[in-house]
Write a protein that binds this ligand. Structure first.
Ligand code: GCV
Length: 854
């Protein structure tokens, strides 16, 4: 098939594949060591005082980093050239330099960076409370190579700083958007663990000390004797960087792989089985960090099968791990996913507190209850989980999602640090005292020995997270776990300078974009605390408002013709607000004091309800989605200003991604706005909703071969309809039938339907002028359709529908656009769009839209 290639092809391939690189290294993230501004004060002569692997890693990292800075043109100060950089534990440094006053009280993982003249020689000292502290210090020094007054002492705010990977033994990654697993393939640990060592290096640079490598929906066989040996290789690869292996385990393992008749945690045989299994692990992995447990959740077996509690289950594992120094991260993500939608008192948000609060004080000392930041599931905005204030005698960790499951799946730029920061700073007012979440996690508020943060990362072989700018989230997670007092602005700046450029204009632009991105996403997906109005039973990506309702998953927002929102008050609703300490409960209980951005999470209100500024809820919904889409467009405009100032490959890749995002934000905007216009029947006083100047619908065109279909959900297409060339592929399930965790049907199982090209034709009737012609089409997987836009029979643009987008059916997951710019049109001109289907991609088309070219 002849295919004309416009530059779009390059970009859409980039969108599908991300960074292509020969060997996967940490340098492809932020450890590039090429940006500097000023002279380097760190002496290039580097010496480790001790022999430990961590100190050797620290020394080699410093040597590599300093050499790279020098190779990229950085100069050294005269004293740096003559001096020495010395790395060691505080004790080693003190012994080597007896007259130096090294702080004696450095704790585990803490470091001290100090620049001094010692006996006439320049010394840059990196001293650690232990060798891992020294390693962290080396990375900190590399972030500060031009700081002439170096004197930094820093320790992590919390002991548990882990990433969780939801990798499956077959190499797939649940909710991963960065390619295949770096850990597993074909049921086993991968032979090449080079990327794992590089990942550990990346993690060490931001102070992460644990990595749980397998899905919390745990494959039991991963702890059989054969796999433990394999997993020991992963631990070996990460150890030189101070990152300890952790694993998710299935509570039913004693039965499924142990051959026992039960997995009842109180059964002595089950206890003995876990104790033996843990001992077996520690023989091969002596620094094993511990287990993460998902039980009685989304179909995972758990202690409830035997009438036992999460504490019963957690303690059995904890007792087995305790002699070896391991911990249990028991997830509070336990809820009934068959809740009764008709029951106005039912509320998934209540579940974690209802189940875990009564167990406070019953967990063993090495159990940490791991709670997602909000009570539902990583939505674009949720209130802070009340459970953080409800466990005063239990160590706690907060689980955040670095992988952007509900926040644009790395195709959308969404910098999450501002969201996380709001959560960390949120003062729950437990016992009428200041108890910000960050202090609870640090163990300060309730005097707990353990605690921390766990980030679900989902890194893969494709540029780690599949998208260059998404790496800012991984970076931010580590930095906040180390120091929750950092601001999102500071972190963005650090990351941009290391990753993209130190050019002040670039730094200012990229940081501005990062900081704008989460509010923009919230504005065009689900404002006022409605949660992300996405397809919650399927992809978790595009818009699908009703998918939240009428089912047991409990992500309800309860919209009808009159109003919207979940009444979670004590007075008239589910009583969820009563789970917060009284001062916070009082704020959320009242409509007047609930902040607008969480209004619909806590209250059911009529569409005409007035927000604090007097605007009605329905008008806010319309305005917010238009505003969000415009903000997405601004991201693209801002990025254009860094062209020529940064690496061009990076520039082009991000440009293509942002162009996609701008189009998908319009899909979101139109879906939500047309849905609520119909649902409420209330017109938009700004005149946007329901009015699309310049839009020509495919279903209104003169069609050859194309046939009109209804799109499901209807709001995902303009006017609810689209045209397809040939038949839609048969699919093996209805999206509403699958659980959020279900794997998609493999494309190979879907039958292809060949068809000749089709066309849609419109006659232009407006005034003569120059236009941009946006073609809104559905890019389905399992085929690469080809589109050609002709004006009066002459090709004006052509492109391939070759991006990788979710869903087998045309809907908001895969609705996307191609814009042909600067097209001259006069009355009577014929615009024709030819769609050439390919296998399972029927070249489906929604509309074209003409906007005057500037
Ligand atoms: C690993 C959500 C996700 C699931 C995930 C689950 C969890 O439901 O969609 O993929 O399962 O959360 O956190 O356990």
């Amino acid at each position: 098939m002849p295919r004309m290639m416009f530059n779009k092809l390059v970009f859409s391939v980039a969108l599908a594949t991300g960074f292509a690189a020969a060997a996967q290294t940490a340098d492809q993230a932020w450890l590039r060591y090429s940006g500097y501004d000023g002279e380097i004060v760190v002496p290039p002569s580097v010496r480790a005082l001790g022999q430990s692997a961590l100190e050797q890693s620290a020394a080699s990292e410093l040597q590599t980093g300093i050499r790279r800075f020098a190779n990229s043109g950085a100069g050294f100060t005269a004293s740096a050239q003559l001096g020495e950089t010395v790395i060691g534990t505080a004790a080693e440094v003190q012994k080597a330099f007896p007259e130096l006053r090294v702080p004696a009280s450095l704790k585990t993982d803490e470091f001290w960076l100090h620049w001094t003249i010692y006996h006439g020689n320049t010394l840059a000292i990196v001293a650690g409370g232990d060798d891992r502290g020294a390693l962290y210090g080396a990375f900190a020094l590399l972030r500060n190579v031009t700081d002439p007054s170096l004197n930094i002492r820093s320790h992590p705010a919390m002991p548990i700083r882990w990433v969780d990977e939801w990798d499956n033994p077959d190499g797939s990654i649940e909710r991963g958007y960065g390619g295949r697993s770096i850990f597993f393939e074909g049921g086993n640990v991968r032979r090449d663990l080079g990327p794992v060592a590089e990942y550990a290096r990346l993690l060490a640079s931001i102070g992460i000390n644990g990595c749980n490598v397998n899905n919390v929906n745990a494959a039991p066989q991963l702890i059989d004797s054969d796999h433990i040996k394999q997993l020991a290789r992963i631990a070996d690869s990460m150890r030189p960087w101070g990152v300890h292996l952790a694993m998710s385990v299935a509570i039913a393992s004693p039965q499924t792989i142990g051959g026992l008749s039960s997995y009842d945690p109180l059964d002595p045989a089950v206890k003995a089985w876990w104790a033996a299994k843990v001992s077996e692990i520690y023989i091969l992995v002596p620094d094993f960090a511990g287990f993460t447990v998902k039980a009685d959740s989304e179909g995972q077996p758990g202690p409830a099968s035997y009438g036992r509690t999460p504490a019963d289950a957690a303690n059995v594992l904890a007792n087995a791990l305790e002699p070896h120094g391991g911990v249990v991260l028991y997830r509070a993500f336990v809820y009934n996913h068959h809740a009764d939608w008709h029951d106005l008192k039912a509320d998934r948000a209540r579940a974690a507190y209802d189940i875990f609060h009564p167990l406070d004080g019953k967990f063993a000392a090495n159990v940490i209850v791991q709670t997602k930041e909000g009570p539902i599931d990583f939505q674009a905005r949720e209130p802070v989980s009340p459970l953080f204030a409800g466990l005063e005698q239990t160590s706690q960790a907060m689980e955040l999602q670095i992988t952007q499951e509900y926040t644009g799946q790395q195709r959308h730029l969404v910098y999450l640090a501002p969201m996380w920061k709001q959560v960390l700073d949120f003062d729950l007012r437990a016992d009428q005292k200041a108890t910000p979440v960050k202090e609870i996690l640090a163990g300060k508020s309730f005097h707990r020995p353990l605690g921390g943060m766990v980030g679900v990362a989902g890194v893969g072989q494709n540029g780690w997270l599949g998208s260059p700018l998404a790496l800012a989230n991984l970076y931010a997670f580590g930095r906040l776990a180390w120091s929750p007092d950092l601001t999102p602005e500071q972190i963005a700046k650090e990351w941009t300078r290391q990753t993209i450029s130190t050019d002040p204009q670039v730094v200012a632009t990229v940081d501005k974009m990062l900081l704008q991105s989460w509010p923009a996403y919230e504005h065009y997906t689900g404002p006022l605390g409605t949660q992300t109005l996405t397809d919650i039973t399927g992809s978790h990506y595009g818009p699908n408002i009703e998918s939240s309702e009428n089912n047991g998953w409990g992500q309800w927002h309860r919209d009808d013709h009159m109003g919207i929102g979940m009444d979670r008050t004590v007075a008239t609703g589910t009583g969820y607000t009563g789970q917060y300490p009284p001062e916070v409960a009082k704020i959320y209980e009242s409509l007047k004091t609930t902040p607008d951005d969480l209004l619909l999470f806590f209250h059911h209100v009529p569409y005409t309800y007035k927000l604090h500024d007097g605007k009605t809820v329905i008008q806010y919904i319309y305005d917010s989605h238009y505003r969000g889409a415009a903000e997405a467009a601004e991201l693209g405009t801002e990025w254009a200003t860094v062209k020529g100032r940064i690496n061009d490959k990076l520039y082009q890749e991000v440009r293509a991604r942002l162009e996609y995002q701008v189009g998908h934000a319009i899909v979101w905007r139109d879906a939500i706005v047309q849905y609520f216009l119909k649902q409420s029947g209330i017109p938009d006083d700004q005149g946007h909703a329901g009015h699309f100047p310049g839009r020509l619908e495919a279903e209104d065109a003169r069609l050859t071969g194309y046939k009109v279909i209804d799109i499901t959900p209807w709001e995902d297409a303009s006017g609810g309809k689209a045209v397809v060339c040939g038949d839609l592929p048969a699919i093996a399930f209805h999206p509403g039938d699958v659980s959020p965790s279900a794997a998609p049907v493999p494309i190979s199982r879907i039958e292809a339907v060949p068809h000749a090209p089709c066309s849609a034709e419109w006659t232009y009737t407006g005034a003569a002028g120059r236009f941009n012609v946006a073609v809104q089409f559905f890019d389905l997987p399992g085929g690469v359709a080809h589109f050609t836009l002709n004006i009066n029979g002459h090709p004006a643009a052509d492109w391939l529908a070759d991006a990788t987008l979710p869903s087998r059916r045309p809907n908001g997951d895969n609705s996307t656009r191609h814009t042909a710019r600067d097209v001259d049109l006069k009355p009577g001109d014929v615009l024709s769009l030819q769609g050439d289907p390919d296998k399972n991609d029927p070249a489906a088309l929604d509309y074209i839209e003409l906007t005057p070219a500037r």
